[in-house]
Ligand binder design. Sequence first.
Ligand code: SAH
Length: 288
Amino acid sequence: MARTYPALQLSWLTAPEAGAIDLALAEIDADSPTAVQDHDNGIRVFFQSSDLRDRALARLRELYPAPNCTPIEVPDDDWAARSQAALGAVTIDRLIVAPPWALPADLEGRHLVIIQPSMGFGTGHHASTRLVLRLLQTLEIRGKRVVDVGTGSGVLAIAAEKLGADRVVGVDTDPDALAAADENVRLNDARRIELRQLDVAATLVGFQGLFDIVLANLTGALLYLHASTLSALAAPDGVIVVSGFEEVDRRNVAEAFGAAGRSAVQDLEEDGWVALGLRSSPTRSTTR
Ligand code: SAH
């Protein structure tokens, strides 16, 4: 099902007078609009929910002179592109990531990860997902504890489970992503996965040093902001695999992890996207 965003289209008969748009926006500020776009003789305002949109509509109808307001559902065009791109199966070394309607007839010894394309990012069609999956397959996974920070569709968590991880925790802030991940976990019968709604900033609580492998396909900014939290999730001899950033951010990300005592020992690139495998930096101590 394609996602749509609740919005209000506000239009004036002619180009709105100075201040008219500001007045309308001030009127609906309490309904927490999330974005405003220019549109013909007016604007299009987006809301987090149709309830908030409808409250804003009621307020605007009381305004004099009121713009003409139409509640609309704006389709997420990217969704269509993503779902089209997600039509086929993708092979990444020993893994095949496929939607339920394109399961391969013969796995030829590979592990299958079934992903129903939906609101959760991660169908295997983005380079950063594939890079993490490639690095993951270079690691010893059997019997290991893995955390997937920003699990999205759950693709990395499920892959880790299929490759033999003993326990996998997937966390995400987005409830839509978690619902998608939950569906995918069930589709894959991946019983050693536990999903939690958590912010990367809060993942440390109860999790410190607990994981042999930490996966984080986020963004450059999130990675360097939270490098020390992500590092602290990993056991001292653990591995942290990060991606979701491009070449320009590589230095910042590597430096932030360096400050947290982890340095890059593996490094992959595809379409300008980068993934790093980080381990504890050699200590400078000379004893022994
Ligand atoms: N792991 C998947 C999805 C990566 S997309 C893959 O590799 O393809 C990044 C995910 O991180 C999104 O689902 C997003 O909701 C989540 N995310 C963004 N900010 C976050 C935060 N502060 N804490 C936890 N997860 C976050």
